[in-house]
Design a protein around this ligand. Structure first.
Ligand code: FPP
Length: 240
């Protein structure tokens, strides 16, 4: 059966970023190991990518693994790496079919080779896709990203007086992309956690209570509708 046309607000965010929080609690509520929560969270990602394509969102950035997440218990880290290994292989064809372009943001050089190769292969396969850019923040930290940007500005020999916000933005992993309009953190936690700290300076934030594995199409739609009601001022006073 064909899907009924969805009633979207006039203003749909071009770039949505998500902190996919609550996998561990989702698993705990069911008496399951934390990794079962991460697996359910991974399954959910497919639904959200599909919904983003349906709603006409052009950029989706997801926080998959932070530079701080290496400090989690060893079995959780290795389990997560196993999930990433599987997913980058298994989901690639589907992603390609959806017209999504995979892009990695973060430190790929520190990721094990087998995984690094899969990510690179995925980016190569999907590089001409135009419907959605999927930024996977993996081994990503916002402060680290700014440190890397400063280093590359210095390496490029930019004179101090020529450094400005545009130059910094052009040296971030997201160079050439619009900033996120809407950032969603699921599970009710209200923290930035080193995610897109430069790019999200003027983003609208929503903090739904739903745990990530249960955050589906309807919840995304509710967040977009909430965004549609917000008045963005960018530090200015709006004229009537
Ligand atoms: C936060 O929940 C979630 C993570 C640290 C991992 C997110 C990763 C996925 C959903 C895997 C899918 C991603 C890709 C690219 C395949 P938490 O463990 O902090 O939950 P808790 O706060 O309830 O303990």
């Amino acid at each position: 059966m064909a899907k009924a046309k969805v009633d979207l607000p006039d203003k749909v965010p071009e770039h949505v970023a998500i902190i996919m929080d609550g996998n561990g609690r989702w698993a705990k509520q069911r008496g399951l190991p934390r990794l079962a929560g991460h697996r359910a969270g991974t399954e959910n990602l497919r639904r959200i990518i599909e919904a983003c394509v349906e709603f006409g969102i052009k950029y989706l950035t997801i926080y998959a693994f932070s530079t701080e997440n290496w400090g989690r218990p060893e079995d959780e880290v290795s389990g997560l790496m196993g999930i990433f290994d599987e997913v980058f292989e298994r989901e690639l064809t589907e992603l390609h079919k959806q017209g999504a372009k995979l892009n990695h943001i973060g430190r790929l050089d520190e990721v094990r080779e087998s995984l690094r190769e899969k990510v690179i292969k995925g980016m190569e396969l999907t590089k001409n896709n135009k419907r959605l850019v999927l930024n996977v923040a993996f081994n990503y930290g916002g402060r680290d990203e700014i440190v890397q940007a400063v280093k590359s500005i210095i390496k490029d020999g930019v004179e101090a007086e020529n450094v400005n916000a545009d130059v910094i933005a052009d040296h971030l992993y997201t160079a050439g992309m619009p900033d996120p309009d809407l950032v969603i953190r699921t599970s009710g936690e209200q923290r930035i956690s080193n995610f897109l700290i430069w790019q999200a300076a003027y983003a609208e934030w929503v903090f739904p209570e739903t745990l990530w594995p249960d955050f589906g199409r309807e919840e995304l739609l509710a967040a977009i509708r909430e965004f549609g009601k917000r008045e963005r001022r960018y530090g200015l006073v709006l004229q009537n």
